[in-house]
Design a protein around this ligand. Structure first.
Ligand SMILES: *Cc1c(COP(=O)(O)O)cnc(C)c1O
Length: 372
């Protein structure tokens, strides 16, 4: 029986693919092609195929991908974009970076994702787009969101940073909206060894514009059609991603198995009803980026687990609408109650490829001790 469980230990996966990754990096070094180039082309083609999207554009980070996905779809100054306040800050900061105004709507307390009904209620004549986040790897209820978007003629731009491998019905996250953003930050399901991201789209005009914006709005060298930015993907990261793309489905299957194990372990420990386990909608296939429970006396539970060397994390302790940087938007405590309650109750447990069943047993045993 182990006596400690890390929240994340990617070195286990790394050890398995170490030789292949190092060989790929060596090829890039020898090629002396470091920015974009053949490794990036190869990754974009493979990524588009995996996502069942016509176009994939590699870029420097998930944050850049969000900005590109919005700007290339035509979102800009004067536009309002409805989004979830329960996400990583970049979902919102990218809207501001595109020159638009974020408008927050509350989450569905079951899935933690943006509620389609709340999004619809937040629509004004200035609304241009909705930016949902597939939080923790579970795709948002796309049928309802699509109905809202169709009724009001809005663009849907996906934050799929946590959702590589997720599907709504048969459509992968990343091929649902007009455009989508992925992050390959080292803790994501598909992980680079540094910063990297990707925009996917089925729209040729959006793809062309994202590609241009990624390199300072250049289509022809040193001729700038509009003001873009340097948001390029480097070849070392693409080489790592080309290796890991081959194994990401395996890793995601392992994550799904880990989620199933937790369900059984919590049932056996008679903890259902004390803690609330994650729920997946019937049309949603989750990528299980995180395994997040709701726990009464969450902070005390977390301290207990920390004392027993069980890694946990809170995604996210302060909702975006209450962040100091966005005080000027005027949102108050109590304005988005489901989000604020979730921020007090959520706790992420260890989930990563290579996590062992005995380790999961220890996590649940320690939680059972706390509530006994
Ligand atoms: C990781 C993440 C991002 C940002 O990605 P970076 O690659 O770190 O810039 C954006 N949105 C969500 C939901 C994320 O989890």
């Amino acid at each position: 029986m182990p006596n400690a469980v890390p929240l994340l230990d990617f070195s286990r996966e790394y050890r398995v693919h170490r030789e292949e990754i190092l060989a790929a990096l060596e090829l890039v070094a020898d090629s002396q092609k470091f920015i974009l180039g053949p490794e990036v082309d190869r990754f974009e083609a493979a990524a588009a195929e995996a996502l069942q999207a016509k176009y994939a554009i590699g870029c420097a980070s998930g944050t850049d991908a969000l900005w590109l996905a919005l700007a290339a779809a035509g979102v800009g100054p004067g536009d309002e974009v409805i989004t979830t306040p329960f996400s990583f800050f970049a979902s919102t900061s990218a809207i501001l970076r595109a020159g638009a105004t974020p408008v927050f709507a509350d989450i569905d307390p079951v899935t933690f994702n943006l509620s389609a009904a709340a999004a619809e209620a937040a629509i004004t004549p200035g609304t241009r787009a909705v930016l949902p986040v597939h939080l923790y790897g579970q795709p948002v209820d796309w049928d309802h969101l699509q109905q809202v978007a169709d009724r009001h003629k809005l663009l849907l731009v996906e934050d799929a940073a946590q959702a590589w491998g997720a599907r709504w019905k048969d459509t992968p996250a990343g091929a649902l909206g007009i455009s989508a953003a992925f992050s390959f930050y080292p803790t994501k399901n598909l992980a680079a060894m540094g910063d990297a991201g990707l925009v996917s789209t089925n729209d040729p005009a959006v793809a062309d514009r994202a590609r241009a914006l990624r390199t300072h709005g250049m289509r022809k060298r040193y001729f700038h059609d509009e003001v873009g930015w340097n948001a390029r993907l480097d070849s070392f990261q693409a080489a790592v991603l080309n290796v890991r793309l081959k194994y990401v489905n395996e890793g995601n299957a392992e994550r799904a198995q880990i989620a199933e194990n937790y369900l059984h372990l919590f049932q056996q420990a008679d903890l259902i009803g004390t803690v609330t386990l994650p729920e997946t909608l019937s049309h949603a296939h989750s990528a299980w980026h995180q395994y997040v429970i709701r726990a009464p006396r969450r902070d005390d539970l977390r301290a207990h687990l920390t004392n027993h060397q069980i890694g946990t994390e809170i995604y996210y302790p302060l909702p975006i609408h209450l962040q100091p940087a966005l005080e000027y938007l005027g949102y108050k405590h109590g304005s988005l109650p489901h989000t604020e309650q979730a921020a007090h109750e959520v706790l992420a447990l260890p989930i990563f490829p290579g996590l062992r069943l005995e380790e999961q047993e220890l996590v649940v045993q320690r939680i059972a001790e706390f509530y006994r």
